[in-house]
Design a binder for this molecule. Structure first.
Ligand SMILES: *Cc1c(COP(=O)(O)O)cnc(C)c1O
Length: 379
């Protein structure tokens, strides 16, 4: 058996072209707030097929901006999934809102539209569905719930840039959609995030929020070219031109990256779908996942034992994610275990296998072989 270096569950793929793009920007007059930001925003907006895009310093800042633009504030409730990264819920807290967790659909691992309906109250202001693992959430359902109750839908597409739902790219349907460019995400800018939208009002608010709440208002224009007005309390959440240059270069490879991820997922599906102790990821009809994560359910095996044996073999298995309200911060806010029973039961059985575009065929074969071996002894 060959001894492998640690195979991580996800990582960036950076080539010489990406490196050159960043170096070129370092030699340009602009390191931040230069032409590369607008170029990257245009490139993502065109790729997704929407009118506007606003780049942020990271995806979490972008979600904060989206909650601000949606008008979420004190007393408002926002519904999201408990099986996601903490940022999907934290953004609601940043603006003083209350997070409401709706349970997941055990097949898709995404928020269950029926559970969302159950949690609507007169205080509900927005829904943050998450395209967990890269599989699009049922966004048409989310939009029809939103239309019935006059809610804003902020799609957390941190995992799903390039994924499609009923033939539409993720980002076309929700009021606002967030993408993250963290190194493990579909394409990277090191740190970085973006909101895409077709709504001009949201677009303007996002721009303002990203840059200290400052605007060139009509009044400012009358005063002279130096004049600007700070009209609301904003932040410095800007991306740099270095990051945007990397993003422009990375975006060209996105479809190729997704194809490689899908090819790995197919091999895993074929290798493991015959095991009755392993449930491979179900795909919602009409969706094409971006395959950010490949997650199985271990129906009978001891997850901790499987995890440790795989790690001992240098396979970087992982678990995404601990139900958000189990964390001490949310516990202290009064959320109790048992709130979303499907999500909690799902979490106990969940295991992430490595998937990313730079995985070599021999590594994929090794992972399959190791997992089969470990599972044989654990069923
Ligand atoms: C990565 C991630 C975020 C936050 O993005 P950052 O760019 O790391 O701030 C939000 N939601 C989900 C589901 C994520 O995976």
């Amino acid at each position: 058996m060959k001894n492998y270096d640690f195979i991580s569950y996800g990582k960036q793929s950076i080539d010489e072209e990406d490196i050159q793009a960043v170096i070129d920007t370092l030699r340009s007059p602009y390191l931040t707030q230069g032409p590369k930001i607008a170029e990257f925003e245009r490139a993502v907006a065109d790729y997704v097929g929407v009118k506007y895009a606003v780049a942020f310093s990271n995806g979490t800042a972008a979600l904060h901006g989206a909650c601000y633009a949606a008008g979420v504030g004190e007393g408002d409730e926002v519904i999201t999934s408990p099986i996601t990264f903490a940022a999907s819920a934290n953004c609601v807290r940043y603006v003083g809102g209350t997070v409401v967790f709706a349970d997941i659909d055990e097949k898709t691992y995404n928020i269950d539209p029926n559970e969302v309906r159950k949690h609507i109250t007169p205080k509900t202001k927005a829904i943050i569905p998450v395209d967990f693992t890269g599989q699009p959430a049922d966004i048409d359902e989310m939009m029809s719930i939103a239309n019935e109750h006059n809610l804003v839908v902020i799609e957390d597409g941190a995992h799903s840039l390039g994924a499609t739902y009923k033939g539409r790219k993720v980002g076309q349907t929700a009021h606002m959609t967030m993408f993250s460019f963290h190194p493990v995400k579909p394409v990277t800018t090191a740190e970085g995030g973006m909101i895409v939208t077709n709504d001009e009002e949201y677009y303007k608010k996002l721009l303002r929020f990203r840059s200290h709440g400052i605007e060139k208002t009509e009044y400012a224009a009358e005063q002279g070219d130096w004049y600007y007005e700070m009209v609301d309390l904003g932040y410095n959440y800007r991306m740099t031109d270095l990051q945007a240059a990397l993003g422009v270069s990375q975006l060209k490879k996105l479809d190729d990256f997704i194809e490689k991820r899908a090819q790995i997922a197919k091999q895993y599906d074929e290798a493991f779908s015959g095991h009755d102790g392993i449930t491979t990821p179900y795909q919602l009809a009409g969706t094409q996942s971006g395959w950010h994560l490949y997650m199985v359910q271990l129906e009978r095996a001891n997850r901790k034992d499987v995890f440790e044996k795989m790690r001992a073999a240098n396979v970087g298995v992982h678990v995404h994610y601990i139900p958000i309200y189990w964390h001490p911060y949310y516990e202290q806010l009064g959320y109790k275990r048992g709130l979303c029973p499907v999500a909690e039961a799902w979490y106990e059985k969940a295991l992430t296998l490595p998937i990313h575009p730079a995985l070599k065929q021999e590594e994929i074969s090794y992972i399959i072989e190791q997992f089969n071996m470990v599972m044989k002894n654990n069923l």
